[in-house]
Design a protein around this ligand. Structure first.
Ligand SMILES: [Zn+2]
Length: 109
């Protein structure tokens, strides 16, 4: 669905560019009529798909927002982890900051 809309818009733009090129070369009145008709057609297509385009933008924004939230949470969790964890004074293993003995070597901190 999304790809179809994008393809339609791209097709319209290509059509207009082609028409403009033909008109600039020929300059005939018939071509001008054709051009205005093509522009009208493009306007109609854009108007018909306006809702879908808005939906895509809204959805993209929501996904982006969600991604930022997940990233922010991950960073926060990472910081919390580094705050609550310490390295063993004897063997260098990563252990909980509040633990009295090392999980790996068993020595007192
Ligand atoms: Zn240790």
């Amino acid at each position: 669905m999304d790809v179809q809309i994008i393809m339609t818009i791209v097709f319209c733009v290509v059509c207009i560019i082609m028409v403009i090129t033909i008109i600039s070369m020929s300059g005939s009145r018939g071509m001008s009529k054709m051009m205005s008709r093509t522009i009208k057609m493009e306007k109609n297509i854009l108007r018909d798909n306006e809702k879908d385009l808005k939906d895509i933008s809204t959805r993209s924004a929501k996904i982006e927002e969600e991604a930022i939230k997940i990233k922010a949470k991950a960073v926060k969790d990472g910081l919390n982890d580094s705050e609550s964890s310490v390295y063993c004074k004897h063997c260098g293993a990563l252990i909980d900051g509040d633990s009295t003995f090392c999980k790996k070597c068993g020595k007192e901190q």
